[in-house]
Design a protein around this ligand. Structure first.
Ligand code: RB5
Length: 147
């Protein structure tokens, strides 16, 4: 089965975890869209959150992963783009429910708050869990309604 393209973006606090997850995804056969950043030089997380959310919203990638120090700033930035549903996850339970109930299309992680093995588990769970639809579809549709 064809695997979905996964976009990744991070700020300077998240780029190492982003690169590690990118390599995991590559090994697992996912097509990758790496939107940076690619060094520890200081950058602004809103720029990378927005870039990634636009790539997911316009269909360049089916799913995305954003990483900053906490995952908070970059997920806030991503969620400002219509069509992006970024979920900050800390464990496999939140990663699973983000897909099952919220149809999240972007996984947000904190490189300074979440360990590498937990982050890898979150990513695997996020990618392998389907949206449940049903009553959740009505609620997710409301998320996309104009404010
Ligand atoms: C950068 O130092 C840090 O503020 C950023 O990575 C993130 O944690 C913001 O939410």
């Amino acid at each position: 089965m064809t695997k979905p393209t996964v976009a990744l973006a991070a700020d300077h606090a998240g780029f190492e975890l982003k690169d590690l997850l990118r390599d995991e995804l590559k090994s697992a056969g996912y097509p990758i869209l790496d939107l940076g950043t690619n060094s520890s030089q200081s950058v602004d997380y809103p720029d990378f959150g927005r870039k990634l959310a636009e790539a997911v919203a316009n269909g360049e990638a089916a799913l995305g992963v954003v990483v900053c120090g906490t995952g908070i700033g970059i997920s806030i930035a991503a969620n400002r783009v219509p069509g992006c549903r970024a979920a900050l996850c800390h464990d496999t339970t939140t990663a699973r429910l983000a897909r099952q109930h919220n149809d999240a299309n972007v996984l947000a992680l904190g490189a300074r708050t979440t360990g590498v093995e937990t982050a890898k588990d979150c990513l695997k769970t996020f990618l392998e869990t389907a949206f449940e639809g049903g009553r959740h579809a009505r609620r997710v549709a409301k998320l996309g309604a104009p404010a």
